[in-house]
Design a protein around this ligand. Structure first.
Ligand code: HEC
Length: 151
């Protein structure tokens, strides 16, 4: 048997075997962002943008696509979700200090302005934010920061 064929068979077996291991899912019973949305006066329009573009990695509940069931993609997604939530989990908004909230919104404006968020790996499958959406979300974040009024 040729070496290439052997390697391919080993890889195939490995691919089948890793399907038995699944990363833990970010799936709380419901997406707990009510408190965040209330405090920051999220309008239905902003809610729609956050739901389609951000909550999957920045809340306690991800809506997983079918391919998230397939390893190694599942691990790739799981890493992003975990890391995203480590930096910003909007389900934990209440636990942030006012200063931290203000800082996270400042980061949010920057990330969206520069097109860093959502991650490219996400926009490939979910579509990017339109310029209109970016503007809407940045204006909202700036208004919230103005209300927090941290000097
Ligand atoms: C596919 C997962 C994913 C999606 C979707 C996503 N993010 Fe992120 N986000 C991350 C990861 C991972 C990090 C940390 C690494 C980095 O900053 O690049 C992060 C970091 C951030 C930070 C920085 C927080 C800090 O303290 O530095 C902000 C703000 C943010 N995201 C906002 C958003 C917004 C707003 C959206 C939607 C428009 C969004 N993200 C969509 C994964 C995601």
């Amino acid at each position: 048997m040729k070496i290439v064929k052997k390697i391919l068979i080993v890889l195939l077996i490995a691919l089948v075997l890793i399907q038995f291991y699944r990363p833990e899912k970010n799936n709380a019973e419901y997406r707990d962002v009510a408190s965040f949305e209330k405090e920051t006066q999220v309008t239905p329009q902003i809610k729609a943008i956050l739901e389609t573009n951000c909550y999957d990695c920045h809340s306690n509940k991800t809506v997983y696509p079918w391919y998230a069931e397939v390893a190694p993609v599942s691990y790739f997604l799981s890493d992003h979700i975990e890391e995203g939530n480590e930096h910003l989990n909007l389900s934990n908004w209440d636990s942030y200090s006012l200063k931290k909230k203000d800082h996270k919104l400042d980061e949010l404006i920057e990330e969206v302005e520069e097109g860093e968020m959502p991650l490219t790996s996400y926009t490939i499958t979910h579509g990017s934010l339109s310029n209109q959406d970016k503007e809407t979300i940045i204006t909202w974040a700036k208004q919230v920061r103005a209300r927090y009024n941290i000097k």
